[in-house]
Unconditional design. Sequence first.
Length: 86
Amino acid sequence: MNLQNIDNTTLQQLWQSIDRASAIIAFTPNGTILDANGNFLQAAGYTHSELIGQPLDTLRAGLCSEPSLPAILGRSRCRQAAARDL
């Protein structure tokens, strides 16, 4: 698929499909959380207002204590976050 030749309506539909099917979080290069979609919020157990502006490392450490979420974040990242919290 050549994205350069797709009209804006089709691109918007593609993005909506990705958003419905994926857990998405956006953050700055320094790790400040900017946004998260509903799938991410539901999986993480947070509300939008609880996450925005928070550091990603804090979120990682909290999520890693949940049994199913290390698979989402990656086990090595969870171990790294836990080691920093010691």
